[in-house]
Design a binder for this molecule. Structure first.
Ligand SMILES: [Zn+2]
Length: 184
């Protein structure tokens, strides 16, 4: 009787050759590869207590203050979710290119997404928070933790400004294209 279906003993020297490895090189054009957890993508519902790279690579003081705010908000029934934190340069480039496609030009896109190389998300100094109940709570109480809204058109975007603990948050810019820190 033939032993069909049994795994044959294989001589390693005769096994099928593996496909050639893709050589490392300059950054590839946008693909799904720039949008992994390693690039700062966060799963839905992430909180500042999670350990994804997008959270671990935040500025440590920002993370500490956001944890304090998250605990205090939670005590009054408000959950704070982190939709975006630290992002790799590749991820920021991808987001900007998508915004260019959506808004029609680089200038129009820059009102919504910081140009690659300028985003404070790339240095881990900003977080995009939600849901709107959390944004509302932080608009009222965030200054106590140095957490400030920076742009009128992005109420969910918060950065750490420890002067705000004493002096309150400064007036937000209209949008990122109005922010002198982001001019290239
Ligand atoms: Zn942001």
């Amino acid at each position: 009787m033939l032993a069909l279906g049994c795994a044959p003993t294989q001589d390693p020297s005769s096994s099928v050759a593996l496909p050639a490895l893709v050589p490392e090189g300059p950054p590839q054009p946008p693909s799904g590869a720039s949008r992994g957890f390693a690039d700062g993508l966060l799963p839905a519902g992430a909180t500042v207590y999670d350990d994804h790279p997008g959270l671990i690579r935040l500025d440590s003081r920002l993370r500490e203050e956001l944890r304090a705010a998250t605990a205090d908000a939670s005590a009054v029934g408000v959950g704070i979710v982190v939709n975006s934190g630290w992002r790799s340069a590749a991820y920021q480039s991808l987001l900007f290119e998508e915004a260019v496609a959506e808004h029609g030009s680089e200038a129009a896109a820059a009102a919504w997404v910081a140009r690659p190389g300028t985003s404070v998300h790339e240095s881990g100094a900003a977080v995009d928070l939600g849901p709107s109940s959390a944004v509302d709570w932080l608009a009222q109480h965030g200054a106590d933790y140095g957490l400030c809204q920076v742009y009128d058109n992005e109420p969910w975007h918060f950065e750490l400004d420890l002067d705000a603990v004493e002096n309150g948050c400064p007036d937000p810019y209209d949008d990122p294209s109005d922010d002198p820190r982001l001019q290239m």
